[in-house]
Structure formats: C-alpha cells, structure tokens
Design a binder for this molecule. Structure first.
Ligand code: ADE
Length: 422
C-alpha cells in the first residue's frame, strides 16, 4: 500500500464480499468502464490529488477506480453517516489501495473527523455530495483551499449551498455542478431516487404499497420520479408543493395536490424530497393516522422535524431495523425510517449502478475538464460542458445497443433558416 496515507474503516476482513459487489456494479457501468480504459492510457489526472466526500457504495468504488486509473492519488470519505457500505470500504482499501475514512453509523464527531482526514491529502480536486468537504476547506483550511484547482458537486442540495457561497463571495475555487448536467438529474434524480426510495421503504418495512396513500413532499426531479414509480406500484399518490408551476404539473400528471396540513390527516406513508427543512413538523404529527410511516430522501436529515417529534413522544422503540416507533401522548404510533436520513441509502443501497454510470461519468469527465481548463476557471459555479453531457448520453445509448437518427442535410438547413415557413 505504497501511497496509502492511512484509513479508518469497520473491518478489512469484509473486503472479499465488497470486491464481488463492486465487480457486480461495474458490469452495469459500461460508460464509466470506457472512461476508465481511456484514462489508463492517457493519464489525464496524473499528479492530481483528489479528496472525495461521497456515499461509500459499490458505484462510488468504481468511480474511485476510474480516477485512480487516470493517474490521480485518491482518498474517499463518507458524505452521510448512514450510507457507508462497510464491505465496499474494506475492498477499496484492501483490493484497490484507495484510502477510505468511513464507518457505517458513525457519530457526528467521527463523520467530521473523517472529512478532516480526507482533506489532509491537500487536494488539488475535491468531489462532494452535499458540499460538506468544500465547506470544511473554506472554513477551516483557507490556505489549502486556495490551492485547489476545482471541485465537483453531485447533488441539488450541494449546488444550492455552493451558489450561496458564490453569492456571498466566499467560494475559493471553481466548482462544476455535476448535478445540473442533463445526463445526471434527468436520470439519477428521477429514475434513481424514484426507484431506490421505494426500495428503501420496502426493505425497511415490507409494506404493500398498493392502495396506500403515499404523500410525496416536493415535485422536483426526485419527487416526480418517486410519485410516478409509486403510482406504478398501485399507491394512491398525493403531492405537496410550494411552487405553483410544479403544483399544476403534478395536477396534470394526475396526482392529488394539497397542503401538508391536509395530507398529514390522510397519508399512510410520507416521503420528503424538498431540500428544505421542517417540511413535516410538530403541528402535523398529532393529526397523522396511527401507524403512519415517515421518511426522507432529500440530502439532509432536516426535512422531518425529528427533534420536535422526539420531544412530543412519550415512548420510542426500534420496531424493526431502520424503523423507529414514536408513541404520541394520544397513543398514536408514528414510524420514522432510517433516522430521517436518505432512506434509499440508509435502508437500501442507493441508486442502481446503471444510473450512477452516467452520474459518475459526469464526475470523472468533469474532473478531467477542470484540469484541462484550470488556467481559465474563476471562483464560481460552472455547468458541465454541453459536449461532455451529450457525449455521455451517446455512450450510454451505444452501450445499451440503441441507435437514434441523425438530421438530414435538408433538415440541418431548415433548422438554420428563418425564411421557410407556411
Ligand atoms: N447517491 C444515490 N445513490 C448512490 C449510489 N448508489 N452511490 C453513490 N451515491 C449515490
């Protein structure tokens, strides 16, 4: 382990199980595989030190392999205390010589200690899912931050935080908003979150969704995907929104739309995917049905006001793994999944590999692009270049064996003229 700076994981003995799972995921990540093969030949990340703060999953492991193949020195820490797959972390350390700082179910202090350890590499590139690493760099390591070439950000919540940093003029290095790439949020947020959130709910509870009133709070890309997939399983879906355009979209997509105060009284299962805080809170809990299930698939564990629920509860016990029962003074029981953290990663395995293939292709190619353009970049948030985005879609289609049409010369001409009409 030549370049290893140290690591902190649950147990190296879990490595062989982790390796099998990483290889399984890799089979469904053909775009990332192609990038890895090219990176091996061309070494575009040679000399770079990459600190990544991402969910430690098999898909992330394949991204780490790709960055390493590109010549970078890589270190990984977790972007959520409950999402780490300990066997994946073990295999990364043992089989792939990637230092990892991540232990499933670690406390808040340990979580931040791990971010500090990853930052000790003095990165030239950072990769975030939620902007915790970049926040640490800005607040606690301004000199190191000034030397970072660029960072990438995986998720909507992180991009919102980074734009706020840019607005306040505290951003110290350029950021590529991977989340905003079309080949990321149209697919990962919609189909990935849609499916994996239901996967988390089902693994935690084994409830039948058919006939249940499932309340989706937030009709962004994640909410849209979730509402549609839940409908497909027979749930009677209610959407809660604050944006009038999204509200009308949900109505025209065929969902019931109402305020959370009304939805609270009728819902059987509640899922928050808003990116905001206290969407379901103290004033709503007493009106919920006995047995209501509450969970979150937004990045942070602030969407359900759990502190308020705990204060109101007269009893609390673990009903099943990942299911906490809260008894209210009136005797009603509410069930919170995965401590109100991302239920798809806490109680399941996150998005399937085939969709993370495109998300992480964006990460790898954005890192390469940032290195190539380091001299031109300013301290602001950049989109993933359109040609990178489009190339990922083309590669994905190719890997799926699907061909699409190209414009004829006549059509190209038609699109570039204003003279032809009725
Ligand atoms: N975010 C959502 N699903 C994920 C996965 N499988 N790996 C890494 N990050 C994720």
């Amino acid at each position: 382990m030549d370049s290893m700076t140290g690591y902190d994981i649950r147990d190296c003995a879990l490595a062989s199980e982790g390796k099998r799972r990483i290889e399984w995921a890799d089979r469904q990540m053909p775009v990332l595989q192609l990038i890895r093969e090219r990176f091996e030949r061309e070494q575009p990340l040679k000399g770079q030190r990459i600190a990544a703060c991402l969910h430690v999953t098999t898909e992330t492991a394949n991204l780490m392999r790709t960055l390493k193949a590109g010549g970078a020195k890589v270190v990984l820490c977790a972007s959520n205390p409950l999402s780490t797959q300990d066997e994946t972390a073990a295999s990364l350390v043992v089989d792939y010589e990637v230092p990892v700082y991540a232990v499933n179910d670690i406390d808040t202090e340990g979580y931040h200690r791990h971010i500090r350890s990853a930052a000790d590499i003095q990165p030239t590139l950072t990769m975030d899912d939620g902007a915790d690493l970049v926040t640490h760099m800005l607040k606690d390591r301004p000199e190191d931050a000034a030397r970072v070439v660029a960072g990438t950000e995986e998720t909507t919540t992180g991009v919102i935080r980074l734009r706020a940093m840019q607005q306040d003029d505290v951003l110290r290095y350029p950021i590529i908003a991977v989340n905003d790439a079309k080949t990321k949020h149209f697919f990962d947020n919609r189909y990935g979150t849609g499916q994996s959130t239901l996967d988390g709910i089902l693994r935690a509870t084994n409830v039948l969704l058919s006939g249940q009133r499932l309340v989706v709070c937030g009709y962004g890309w994640c909410g849209r995907g979730l509402a549609n997939r839940a409908r497909g399983l027979g749930a009677r879906v209610i959407v809660v929104e604050i944006d009038p355009v999204k509200g009308i979209e949900a109505v025209m997509d065929g969902f019931d739309v109402m305020p959370i105060a009304d939805a609270a009284r009728v819902g059987d299962i509640f899922v928050t995917v808003t990116g905001n805080k206290h969407v379901i809170r103290g004033e709503h809990f007493p009106h919920m049905k006995d047995g209501a299930i509450l969970c979150n698939s937004g990045h942070f564990d602030v969407e359900i006001a759990l502190g308020q629920l705990r204060e109101m509860s007269v009893g609390q016990r673990e009903a099943r793994k990942h299911v906490m029962e809260h008894t209210l003074p009136c005797g009603k029981r509410l069930y919170v999944l995965g401590e109100g953290r991302l239920v798809n990663l806490a109680a399941a395995e996150g998005h399937p590999a085939s969709v993370m293939d495109m998300s992480f292709a964006n990460q790898a190619l954005s890192a390469e692009w940032a290195v190539q353009h380091a001299d031109e970049l300013e301290r602001r948030v950049y989109p993933v270049p359109a040609e990178v985005d489009d190339s990922i879609a083309a590669l994905k289609l190719e890997a799926m064996g699907i061909t699409i049409d190209t414009l004829t010369e006549e059509q190209v001409r038609y699109l570039s003229t204003w003279e032809e009409g009725t």
